[in-house]
Design a protein around this ligand. Sequence first.
Ligand code: FPP
Length: 211
Amino acid sequence: MDGNGRWARRRGLPRTAGHTEGEENLAALVRVAVTRDVGWLTVFGFSTENWVRPRTEVRHILGLHKKLFGRVAELNELNVRIEWMGRPFDSPDARTPKYVQQAIRKAIHDTRQNTGMVLTVAFDYGSRAELVHAADQARRAGETISEQTISQHLYVPDLPPVDVLVRTSGELRISNFMLWQIVGARVYFTDRPWPEFDAAELDRALALVRR
Ligand code: FPP
């Protein structure tokens, strides 16, 4: 969801205002995705690299995650199930604060019966950390390291391979996101910053895989 900061700067607003708008847009886009019969929507909410941002910005983004995970009534109305992927809370390098952990646990629990779209939020997530973790889990279980055992030990093993990867705000590069899962994915690049990624944009991305 790149470009929140740039969206805000263009309007003479602080970066935090861009993130607030980004969270609102995500909530709106979830509604649209449900009407388009999207089965799985996975968003990069906060990366293992994002912790170096200024303290006030990090605190603001954490608050927005708490807010998003708190939108349970809305998610239940849409039959959306929440998932999360990131460094396990009990791992030595995990950084997710307790209050966000609680919001994540509660959202997963309170939406577990929903059978519609699965919204997975990547928080304290990095693809390389995920792959190291998967290999380590396989090794500890005494398994041979193989494509199958790595796949089985990803943070959310039942996520299907990615059909379409979206990159907003003119970023023409891949980041540390789902590197294992994006093999063969179509990629939709757009110049629009995340707060302006709307229904028409989602439809253009989906058109890459629904011809
Ligand atoms: C990138 O914009 C966005 C982030 C670092 C993540 C924060 C995302 C949100 C707050 C959207 C809401 C999502 C959730 C899950 C609550 P940027 O700061 O990199 O913007 P820039 O590229 O213009 O600097």
